[in-house]
Design a protein around this ligand. Structure first.
Ligand code: AHR
Length: 335
């Protein structure tokens, strides 16, 4: 009895030890192998990134420079960039974001053409675990739907344009305004910021305001209409970008007046075309809006995929340029 009990205990002990030691075998050997979980936690580099970028289109000199900056930086860093041009249509940008979600890119960059209408598609990206970085333009969405906004303070640009204009016209002007794309963040904020400062100058009034859609062609057409309607009463133009100001300059000349002299003009962007116009005495000032966002964008994207904390807003550093410095500065301008 005693012996059989001992044998039984031994059998139980052996059957208990056996499987444990066997099952431990792979665990021990796998400890010597690279752990796939730990591997996936290793920091990613630029060469590992796949980035989707939903660009607005090619409406201005500014936008062309912005696109070049994104494309060239991706190439220099070795990032795989999937770039889609929405040709000024929000529905195309939404479709682009959906394509990037299907493609499972690491990060989506987007310059939203207008501020509203993004909640649904940004939520889809969030649900798919794909972070969104807003570049250049904000979107009116809850903060949890994007990781960061990289771009300008458009309100301050509008305020600066008004401050500069007030000095130019000694606080007395009949202003016509060429507004950017209706519903876009820069048009909304440049409109509001300009008016904020104008409250301090009762002698300055906006007599007409219309969208020129940020393009040179529309700027020219709208300015020609303003001149037909208000003739010589117009003393100043506030253009939300340089392209529309350049279009307005053409219209003013065609009307037989001297842009920059008979009608003072202030615009936003500080693109090369604006410097040339300032040198020619046809534009009185341009408030800078920096399109060269490629390097900061990819740095942000890399931080995001590596789970590093990123600021909710990375503002661009910008200034104001005047004709007296234009000749010296033009050769240094990259856009
Ligand atoms: O969003 C930036 C604005 O878009 C620029 O001021 C304008 O030129 C561009 O088209």
């Amino acid at each position: 009895m005693k012996t059989s009990r001992i044998l039984l205990l031994f059998a139980i002990f052996a059957s208990f030890i056996g499987p444990v030691s066997c099952s431990q075998q792979p665990e021990l050997s796998s400890a010597l192998q690279p752990n796939p979980d730990l591997e996936s936690e290793a920091e990613k580099s630029y060469e590992d990134l796949i980035i989707g970028y939903a660009q607005i289109g090619a409406e201005s000199e500014w936008r062309a420079a912005n696109t070049i900056s994104i494309r060239e930086t991706a190439e220099q860093l070795g990032v795989e960039l999937r770039f889609l041009d929405a040709q000024q249509k929000q529905e195309n940008q939404i479709e682009a974001v959906r394509k990037f979600i299907v493609q499972k890119v690491d990060v989506i960059g987007i310059s939203p053409i207008v501020e509203t209408g993004w909640d649904e598609v940004f939520q889809e990206a969030k649900d798919a675990g794909i972070p969104i970085i807003l570049v250049d333009r904000r979107a009116a969405v809850p903060e949890d739907l994007y990781v960061s906004y990289l771009g300008s303070d458009f309100l301050e640009e509008g305020r600066n344009a008004a401050r500069v204009m007030a000095k130019l016209v000694n606080g007395q002007a009949n202003i016509v305004e060429l507004v950017g794309t209706i519903g876009s963040a820069p048009a909304n904020d440049r409109y509001t910021g300009f008016r904020e400062i104008l409250k301090e100058y009762p002698g300055m009034q906006i007599i007409a305001s219309q969208s020129g859609d940020f393009t040179r062609a529309r700027g020219r057409e709208v300015m020609a209409d303003f001149l037909k309607a208000y003739e010589n009463t117009i003393t100043a133009v506030y253009a939300h970008n340089d392209d529309m100001a350049l279009g307005a300059i053409q219209a003013i000349e065609e009307f037989g007046l001297r842009p920059g002299v008979d009608i003072k003009i202030v615009s936003v962007d500080a693109a090369r075309g604006a410097f040339e116009a300032m040198i020619a005495g046809k534009l009185n000032a341009t408030v800078e809006c920096n399109p060269l966002l490629g390097p900061q964008f990819f740095e942000l994207a890399l931080d995001v995929v590596n789970d590093k904390p990123v600021p909710k807003w990375v503002p661009s550093i910008e200034t104001i340029f005047f004709p007296e410095d234009a000749k010296e500065i033009l050769p240094t301008r990259k856009y």
